[in-house]
Design a binder for this molecule. Structure first.
Ligand SMILES: Nc1ncnc2c1ncn2[C@@H]1O[C@H](COP(=O)(O)OP(=O)(O)OP(=O)(O)O)[C@@H](O)[C@H]1O
Ligand SMILES: [Mg+2]
Length: 305
């Protein structure tokens, strides 16, 4: 099968592993940098080119679209979908998953556990907003933060107010959550492919921190997720329309709570911690859906992206 990996950099671990896995399973595979794909859109047909040569005939594409290129990357992916390539994560689903507030709203509405979350715009409402959340400690998070940057634990109401005022002053978007103390600085990354959790790892914060991000010195080890955790992760990915997702959960007294659903989850940490050939699983999943492009239902979701 002719496969494409949509990725900015063929040297990245995840990209390399997907290429390796595709070759090992007998596919022809090419890494396409989305920013080098360009296209002609017309009612009489589409044309996409890559570094001067036409692109066509990819049975399936595995998107690895970083947050900084979401818009252009999704436009390229949408075009490939319109040209009948299968993708486990549609452009519409990736764009939706990138909007954290929206994900919280949609997942909560469907009964998925989440830390109680508040957000508001006007400084006059801060007092009432925090009253709606409940007593501190609180976790104040920048919407655009990653790798634990911009995630603050505030033990007192005055500290929550201070953090919020500072972020408002910087015109930053943020949310405020209840602090799940019983998670004890650990979270659980469930790697979902199709309707299964294929690998799971527990990340533990270094001493003195509550953030378990590996970039902040957290440590990872393989764990068996519980049935409830696996169900939550698979359902969350499904609700957002993602066939491949990294679902981050924390363990709370009231069961698993979703922190984030990542549409381009990295492979290095999870493969190293668990020894699972996650790349191979993704390729096998994609190949099983990309087999007959003519007969396949077009999965392009153009209703809202
Ligand atoms: N409400 C909370 N209660 C307890 N711990 C939390 C809470 N929110 C986050 N944490 C801890 O802080 C870490 C970082 O938070 P989070 O994952 O939300 O932000 P991020 O990693 O910076 O961004 P993202 O994962 O969205 O790219 C989590 O992995 C978790 O260990
Ligand atoms: Mg995180």
């Amino acid at each position: 099968m002719k496969l494409a990996i949509l990725s900015r950099n063929s040297k990245l671990y995840s990209t390399r592993r997907l290429v390796e896995a595709a070759r090992a399973q007998g596919h022809s595979v090419r890494v396409l940098d989305p920013l080098r794909c360009y296209m002609r859109i017309s009612t009489d047909g589409f044309e996409m080119r890559y570094k001067g040569a036409p692109i066509s005939g990819y049975a399936a594409v595995v998107p690895r679209i970083g947050a900084s290129v979401t818009r252009y990357g999704c436009a390229v992916l949408r075009q490939l979908e319109l040209m009948d390539s299968y993708t486990p994560n549609s452009a519409a689903a990736i764009a939706r998953a990138r909007d954290k507030l929206r994900c919280h709203q949609v997942l909560a509405a469907r009964g998925i556990g989440l830390p109680v979350t508040v957000f508001g715009d006007n400084p006059d409402d801060t007092g009432d907003l925090l009253a709606m959340l409940g007593p501190p400690p609180h976790v104040v998070k920048l919407n655009e933060g990653t790798q634990g940057n911009g995630v603050m634990l505030t033990e007192k109401l005055s500290a929550s107010r201070g953090a919020i005022e500072t972020l408002r002053g910087l015109y930053a978007n943020f949310i405020v959550q209840e602090f799940i103390a019983e998670a004890k600085g650990a979270d659980l990354r469930c790697f979902v492919v199709g309707d299964r959790v294929v690998a799971a790892m527990r990340r533990q914060a270094p001493k003195g921190d509550f953030r378990s991000n590996l970039h902040r010195g957290g440590s990872a080890k393989a764990v068996r997720a519980t049935r409830a955790e696996m169900d939550t992760a698979v359902r969350a990915a499904k609700i957002l329309g993602l066939g491949v997702a990294g679902v981050d959960l924390i363990r709370s007294k009231r069961g698993p709570l979703v922190l984030e659903v990542n549409s381009s989850p990295g492979l290095e940490g999870i493969e190293a911690a668990t020894g699972v050939d996650v790349a191979g699983t993704i390729i096998a999943h994609v190949a099983s859906h990309g087999t007959s492009p003519r007969k396949r239902e077009r999965n392009t979701d153009l209703t809202d992206s």
